[in-house]
Design a protein around this ligand. Sequence first.
Ligand code: AMP
Length: 400
Amino acid sequence: MAETILVLNAGSSSIKFELFDIGPEDRLASRFSGQIEGIGVRPRLVAASRSGERLVDRTLALENAADVETAMTVVETWLGETLDAAPIAVGHRVVHGGPVHAAPVVVDERVLATLETFVPLAPLHQPNNLAPIRSLFRRRPELLQIACFDTAFHRGHPELADRFAIPEALWEEGIRRYGFHGLSYEYIAAKLPEIAPELAPGKVIVAHLGSGCSMCALRAGRSVESTMGFTALDGLPMGTRPGQLDAGVVLHLLTAKAMAPVALQHFLYHECGLKGLSGISNDVRVLLASADPRAKRALDFFTYKIAQMTGWLAAALEGLDGFVFTAGIGENSATIREAVAHRLAWLGVKLDPHANAVHGPLISAPESRIRVYVVPTDEELMIARHTLALLRRRPTGEPA
Ligand code: AMP
């Protein structure tokens, strides 16, 4: 049997996992993926092979998956029953690597302690990302664990891009723009030489439009600017997050409306964005199917902001050669792509309607000044690649 790498992506209510076989010349191939969803509410374990064959679909007793920690035990047990050998390493998605981590890292107690200091920077995500690492440390100390960060790909930004106009002492404390979705952007940057070799060395904007949304400016495959900043609240409007918001609005909610900080946090992460603006849904599919004018307004706002931020990022790049759509909305919604392209006509963007309808990959018309692509992202594969690369760089015999 081939050696394998396990990729884990733990959120507040789910643990996603994917197992990769390491083939000849270290080629990685997904064997299966799955998740425990509804942790703490109605937990369910599902997994399917790459060909779509269902491997498990089991409702779990609440007490067996009451939190990420206990749910992790269920994943481990199922993997133990399913695999004839343990994975040679586990790659974890960790949202925040702080100012220090510009690359994936082998996690030991010291690294874990550092990653815990970043919890205040990502209070909703970081604790869940770290829980399975800690739990595996306890139960499987021999297992090599590698943390891959959503912030790392952006650490090469010019310092100006990462600054806020606030006193220097706060920059020193880590109050700076980090950028997120880095694993997705890194995957796209690695894919461009194959799919769009003419764009790979150029100035490209990638729009990751999924349940979270952000955009990244790439110059020769490196991130130089991102619409997300200190937290994953900034930039584009998302399903339930507002995106760019005047800090004065937050002050108003805290003072004039006397909102408690915890309620405000919940409001900003879960009640705003397309959901708040439409009053209907956070799901672009539902909004597209709705005849309600509030749905149209929310989608108009969404595409308007994508177009606006394109100008912002093009200014950082001092030009623009290409534009890439990715993630759930970017990969699947020809209508949203068409609406964005329409707003970017002034830049010389023109889509080929047929290519757009069939999701590309190249969706711009031959006469378009900007080449536009749809490129499906694969953050799990990126994590598996990083994990394998770090594994291969480690001298053999070194303890994990
Ligand atoms: P992701 O976070 O990349 O998995 O993307 C999830 C989001 O993609 C969900 O919020 C869905 O609303 C959206 N999505 C998936 N399929 C479509 C589609 N065909 N049209 C519009 N949005 C879609």
